[in-house]
Design a protein around this ligand. Structure first.
Ligand code: B1M
Length: 208
């Protein structure tokens, strides 16, 4: 039986090598990739966050946990992206200005790719003007923004304002997400769509 506790603990302790081998083993035994992310890896990251909050972990431990999570996701991401469906449109995705968290954003990007979207990944700490340029120059039909910090959530609104100022707001749909973001905040800042997690991101994009 797949040793999911080994994967959980490897992320918790930041052991990228064990995270990778435990992921390979679980996938080899037929564990569903998204279930692995949601039921094992994200709870491990939540525990990392809790330990950080009570000063048991510090930034170096967060970085090690993120590295282990990424090592595991390298194996999972191609499986999520292998949807093989008809192209559904072009999405420009990024983590908003001031925010460096990209694990969730990368998962959402992989799910959108799997859902048939062409994804332009603008990376982290994305300036509003960079989103504007992706709509103007790359003809993105959806702007997808991720934020993990309460202090960077307002950058989503700033980006929507920048799209409006550039005269592009009517030709693009805006979708937001990330741990501190919820549906009412999405509505409040004038976004068109919201998803709580990566699994729901494709449905949210399609609804737009
Ligand atoms: Co930071 N961090 N971090 N961190 N970090 C959090 C977010 C925090 C909650 C930890 C805590 O205190 N419990 C806290 C934020 C508190 C707050 O704002 N209220 C925090 C803090 C404080 C900080 C620093 C300020 C710490 C410091 O320097 N003192 C600093 C800020 C740096 C910056 O961004 N400017 C910082 C730095 C970092 C690292 C760089 C070390 C590292 C990130 C590495 C990386 O991403 N490459 C890191 C990490 C790893 C975390 C935690 C532990 C894990 C985040 C993660 O990857 N989760 C996190 C605690 C936690 O989340 N439990 C924490 C797993 C990931 C799969 O989930 O990103 O939520 P998530 O994505 C989900 C959903 O949110 C959703 O779908 C995803 C998958 O289902 N989703 C979307 C995300 N984007 C979406 C977009 C969508 C739709 C859905 O549509 C467009």
């Amino acid at each position: 039986m797949a040793d999911l506790k080994a994967l959980h603990d490897a992320i918790l302790t930041g052991d990228a090598k064990v995270a990778k081998s435990a992921t390979e083993a679980a996938l080899g035994e037929g564990v569903e990739p998204m279930a692995l992310v949601q039921d094992t890896m994200m709870p491990a990251m939540d525990e990392v966050g809790k330990r950080f909050e009570c000063n048991e972990y510090f930034v170096p431990e967060l970085l090690l946990a993120a590295r282990a999570m990424k090592a595991s996701l390298e194996l999972i991401r191609p499986l999520l992206a292998a949807g093989g469906v008809e192209p559904a449109g072009r999405v420009a995705i990024g983590t908003v200005k001031g925010d460096l968290h990209d694990i969730g954003k990368n998962l959402v990007a992989a799910m959108l790719e799997g859902g048939g979207y062409e994804v332009i990944d603008l990376g982290v700490n994305v300036d509003p003007q960079k989103f504007v340029a992706a709509v103007k120059e790359k003809n993105a039909r959806i702007v997808a923004m991720s934020a993990l910090l309460t202090t960077t959530m307002p950058a989503m609104k700033t980006t929507i304002d920048a799209l409006r100022q550039a005269g592009l707001r009517d030709q693009v749909k805006v979708m937001v997400g990330g741990a501190p973001v919820n549906e009412s905040y999405a509505r409040e800042i004038g976004a068109d769509g919201f998803s709580r997690n990566a699994a729901g991101a494709v449905a949210a994009a399609r609804a737009l």
